[in-house]
Write a protein that binds this ligand. Structure first.
Ligand SMILES: [Zn+2]
Length: 105
């Protein structure tokens, strides 16, 4: 079945991003495999921080994974700084809790 085959869902710019996304996806019940990382580490040529890492998911869960990844890329899961008062707000909030200023893109 094509749906059970592993497909590349996203290519992360570095290991940290890949692992953040992997954690998010696994929290929503999606199985994730990373590629690129081990290979580069074995080669010992590049620092981990600049290695491109691919996230693979099964065809069955790919659509769901893309939604999570898309949300991540739009900063939904990241803390943000209010452009008005500089307060740190959690990713799920659209307004600054301190001054009610809109979240800037
Ligand atoms: Zn604010």
């Amino acid at each position: 079945m094509a749906n059970q085959q592993w497909q590349c869902a996203y290519s992360a710019g570095n290991s940290l991003e890949a692992h953040s996304l992997k954690g998010l996806l696994e929290n929503t019940g999606i199985s994730v495999r990373l590629t690129g990382e081990a290979l580069a580490a074995a080669a010992g040529e590049l620092p981990m921080s600049v290695v491109e890492v691919q996230l693979w998911v099964t065809g069955m869960q790919r659509q769901q994974a893309l939604v999570v990844i898309d949300g991540y890329l739009r900063n939904d899961y990241r803390d943000w700084y209010c452009g008005c008062c500089g307060e740190v707000n959690q990713g799920q909030f659209e307004l600054c809790w301190q001054c009610q200023h809109d979240r800037d893109e």
